[in-house]
Design a protein around this ligand. Structure first.
Ligand SMILES: NC(=O)c1ccc[n+]([C@@H]2O[C@H](COP(=O)([O-])OP(=O)(O)OC[C@H]3O[C@@H](n4cnc5c(N)ncnc54)[C@H](OP(=O)(O)O)[C@@H]3O)[C@@H](O)[C@H]2O)c1
Length: 261
């Protein structure tokens, strides 16, 4: 085998700079570890400075290159200026994983205009702002990978999650729309749609309703919830140089849940 076919050549990220939003826990943390494991310099993000510092230390302790950037990735212009600052400091930004999200559990008939707008802003507009800034930097550089964490809630949904579902479906449209605009400039834009994964984000729901865990597992053809590394591996492919002809797609990672009846 030639070196061109080695995992390092196909999926290695040495010399690249990656920003992963919402990466002190859960799926973001798993994706950040995969990118760091492939030798990218990883910029971790979250709203808790102490948690960020601990995760950066953990990665560095394993010999990885990392830094933390504390900002709210789902509101205002804060995220875009933080992203710009990363690119200016390192002279490049190769990878954006827009992963942070927020979810409001409320039936549509009880939702105010403000709650709807907040849900869409947190789960769609925040990612749009980051991706717009990343696309400007990446198209100028002639290379980049933009990856959104959407959800199978963009396809199937439980009651009380219409705003979240609308925003996660909206990400599919953003992916396609942006992908066709930047495809000729070396930049790919994709989304990953996780099914049910065991993360801190849903730990409270699982604790409050222990039968929920089993009920969901029974609906998944794989017969279980996903483990975060199973998502991280898919993300690593989509942000790698190897994925240069894969753009405008949504990769579903759900143990078969959305294809089963
Ligand atoms: N877990 C699943 O089964 C599942 C399924 C489908 C889709 N998803 C999607 O996957 C993504 C991650 O979910 P998760 O379950 O891994 O969540 P999680 O375990 O709750 O972790 C969320 C991470 O994001 C950070 N965060 C939250 N809000 C933020 C904000 N406004 N700005 C910056 N950072 C923020 C959190 O840190 P701080 O709170 O300290 O800021 C934490 O690091 C989300 O987009 C979610 O919609 C998850």
């Amino acid at each position: 085998m030639t070196d061109a076919w080695s995992p390092a050549a196909l999926f290695g990220l040495a010399g690249q700079v990656a920003l992963v939003t919402g990466s002190t826990r859960g799926l973001g943390w798993a994706m950040a570890q995969a990118l760091a494991g492939a030798n990218a310099h990883v910029v971790l993000n979250g709203r808790d400075a102490a948690a960020l510092e601990a995760r950066v230390a953990e990665l560095k302790g394993r010999g990885a290159s990392a830094e933390g950037l504390c900002f709210d990735a789902t509101t205002g212009a804060e995220g875009a200026s933080a992203l710009r600052a990363v690119a200016e400091r390192h002279g490049r930004l190769d990878i954006l994983v827009s992963n942070a999200a927020a979810s409001l559990r409320k039936p549509v008939v009880e939702m105010s205009d403000e709650e709807w707008e907040r849900d869409i802003a947190a789960n769609l507009t925040g990612g749009f702002r980051l991706a717009r800034e990343a696309a400007r930097i990446m198209t100028a550089a002639g290379y980049g990978r933009i990856l959104f964490t959407s959800s199978i809630n963009g396809m199937i949904v439980r009651p009380g999650m219409a705003g979240y579902a609308a925003a996660k479906t909206g990400l599919f449209g953003l992916v396609r729309g942006l992908a066709v605009e930047v495809a000729g400039k070396g930049v790919t834009v994709n989304a990953i749609a996780p099914g049910y994964f065991l993360t801190d984000g849903n730990a409270r729901t699982r604790a409050a309703d222990p039968a929920f865990h089993d009920r969901i597992a029974a609906r998944i053809p794989a017969g279980r919830w996903g483990n975060p590394p199973e998502l991280a591996a898919a993300a690593l492919y989509l942000v790698s140089r190897s994925a240069s002809f894969t753009t405008g797609t949504v990769l579903t990672v759900d143990g078969g849940m959305t294809v089963s009846i």
